[in-house]
Design a protein. Structure first.
Length: 69
């Protein structure tokens, strides 16, 4: 039996690497996923913090509901 994380079965979860690049469709050019190497420097720290803040802002209502449980 495969482990489950956050109620999601890992067997059915697709990863970006599982999808061939030529079959990926994008609504706009800014939404493309670009591979990059993260390093231990100030630029990487800014990038990760900015991304984390965007995710938190996008899911803020859901996070508040979980915090209130």
């Amino acid at each position: 039996m495969k482990p489950q994380y956050l109620g999601v079965s890992t067997m059915n979860k697709k990863r970006l690497a599982d999808i061939p690049p030529n079959s990926r469709s994008y609504q706009n050019e800014q939404a493309k996923v670009v591979p990059m190497q993260l390093q231990n420097n100030e630029a990487t720290k800014r990038l990760v913090l900015h991304s984390a803040k965007r995710v938190i802002a996008a899911h803020q209502a859901e996070l508040r509901k979980l915090a209130d449980k």
